[in-house]
Design a protein around this ligand. Structure first.
Ligand code: SAM
Ligand code: SF4
Length: 474
């Protein structure tokens, strides 16, 4: 009988992609996935350490497995990902019954380590080198990925896939643990990326999302050729079957005219740009060591409006960062109102071990102040999102149908009708009625109503032909 794997993933798209790779490598060895933790032979947590809350959740989930492991000592528990890299042996101190700890740069070892644990080995550790532990080449090598393994069943939908083009980060924002957990910034070889995109297209994938911590800073030197993100987009655009290409997350300073022009010129490129501002105060941006001012960001927004006027821009913000005053927070509100993002991900600052902010700055904004600022910013963002969405009422948009929404099935004149959910080229969520066989198609949907989060519409059945809609609307 096949061995059963239960895997839980928290955190960003990188982690979702890492889990896909781990599952693909285990399936090759005959493992099957179970949604039932009790039935599993091996339980893996793919973890995040960007904020303390994400780690607390994992330690609490591990705590609940203590008795289970006592009753089933032959079963294996593993902690993978950023928390594994950051906490290493500390995890054994808090949860000594954990069998494996594997950092994000060592995931290719997971099948072998599970085998060893099943044979009785305990407390196995595979982590990458620390940023100061060896030459740059050695450190980079110890953060390699094993991306070409792909498993369609682990994707957000069978038609959409993530594709990593960049590993690690060298920006060292003072609050952020990622440069330590994911190692130095490295562009993956362009030919590997193109090959992998072709494989995804062959597997029926329509939309690929290119991933990198500062994805628009991508570069790779191949012989005499210096590959940039714009070059990659041009090549990926030629792949038959791929109909939409997105990339996240972008870094403001590297959002140059050539990249924007490329996105404009290539109809398969999504006009969704996720470029976190983090704060509207120059003083806070300096303390965060983000490497740009609000005015630099304003100029970038100017370039976007000029070259890609239909683009939807999204941001991240951290509220309550070290020393953030009411006046500084007010500047963030002003920036939010000025830039009118499609949506924003808002986080309360969470002090992280190993970061410069933890060593040099006091985490002195009280929790209730962080909470109030978070709520206020979210409220303003929701108002803006709804106002921006209003512009689409009456318009017909191309929607890649992702699947059923959470709402249930209805009986229509011609058989069952589902509420379907999909996304526009500019990443807006659209909900509409349809049938199961429309899932995976790009269809024209006329928007009738909106909320701050969603466009509500109906499929246009009589139209000039799908290609017309494929190229035009945002
Ligand atoms: N590389 C991306 C960038 O620079 O925009 C983002 C990576 S990070 C995993 C995602 C978001 O988490 C960041 O944009 C930031 O807003 C937030 N974040 C990172 N460290 C944080 C911390 N210590 N506390 C709260 N939020 C944090
Ligand atoms: Fe973290 Fe800054 Fe790198 Fe983004 S750019 S991953 S926030 S260090």
């Amino acid at each position: 009988m096949a061995q059963l794997l239960y895997i839980e993933t928290v955190g960003c798209q990188m982690n979702m992609l890492d889990s896909e790779m781990v599952v693909a490598s285990l399936r090759r060895q005959g493992w099957e996935i179970t949604p039932d933790i009790e039935q599993a032979d091996t339980i893996l947590f793919n973890t995040c350490s960007v904020r303390a809350h994400a780690e607390d959740k994992i330690y609490s989930a591990l705590g609940k497995l203590r008795l289970w492991k006592e009753e089933h000592p032959e079963k294996v528990i593993g902690v993978l990902g950023c928390m594994a890299q950051k906490d290493q042996q500390q995890i054994f101190r808090r949860a000594p019954f954990v069998d494996l700890i594997v950092g994000p740069g060592q995931l290719q070892q997971v099948p072998e380590l599970i085998e060893q644990a099943r044979k009785g080995a305990r407390q196995l550790v595979a982590v990458s080198r620390d940023r100061k532990d060896g030459s740059l080449a050695q450190i980079k090598r110890s953060h390699e990925t094993f991306d070409p393994l792909r498993d369609p069943t682990m994707r957000p939908s069978p038609f959409q896939a993530y594709l990593r083009i960049q590993i690690g980060c060298d920006k060292f924002c003072t609050y952020c643990v990622v440069p330590m957990t994911r190692g130095p910034e490295q562009g993956r070889p362009a030919d590997e990326i193109i090959e992998e995109a072709q494989l995804l297209a062959d597997q029926g994938c329509l939309e690929i999302t290119l991933l990198g911590q500062t994805v628009n800073s991508y570069h790779y030197q191949q012989g005499d050729e210096d590959w940039r993100l714009a070059d990659l987009l041009e090549k990926l655009h030629e792949i038959e079957g791929i109909r939409r290409i997105k990339f996240v997350t972008s870094y403001p300073r590297d959002m140059d005219r050539r990249l924007l022009q490329t996105v404009h010129d290539l109809p398969k490129c999504s006009s969704y740009l996720h470029v976190p501002l983090q704060s509207g105060s120059d003083a806070v941006l300096t303390r965060m060591r983000r490497g740009y001012s609000v005015d630099d960001y304003r100029q970038m927004i100017g370039r976007i409006s000029e070259i890609l006027p239909e683009a939807a821009v999204a941001s991240d913000f951290i509220v309550g960062f070290c020393g953030e005053t009411e006046d500084e927070f007010q500047l963030t509100i002003d920036a939010l109102r000025e830039f009118r993002f499609k949506n924003s991900f808002i986080f309360k600052y969470s002090e992280r071990e190993g970061t410069r902010a933890m060593d040099q700055l006091a985490d002195d904004v009280p929790y209730d102040v962080k909470q109030r600022r978070n709520n206020l910013l979210l409220e303003i963002q929701n108002e803006i999102s709804e106002q921006e969405n209003q512009r689409f009422v009456g318009r017909t948009m191309d929607v890649l149908v992702e699947g059923r929404s959470k709402k249930s099935l209805k009986q229509g004149d011609q058989g069952p009708v589902f509420q379907l959910v999909g996304r526009t080229n500019c990443d807006r969520i659209v909900v509409f009625d349809g049938t199961e066989r429309q899932v995976g198609q790009v269809l024209p949907v006329k928007v009738q109503d909106v909320t701050h989060h969603t466009l509500l519409g109906s499929i246009i059945t009589e139209h000039a032909g799908p290609e017309l809609y494929l190229l035009g609307s945002s």
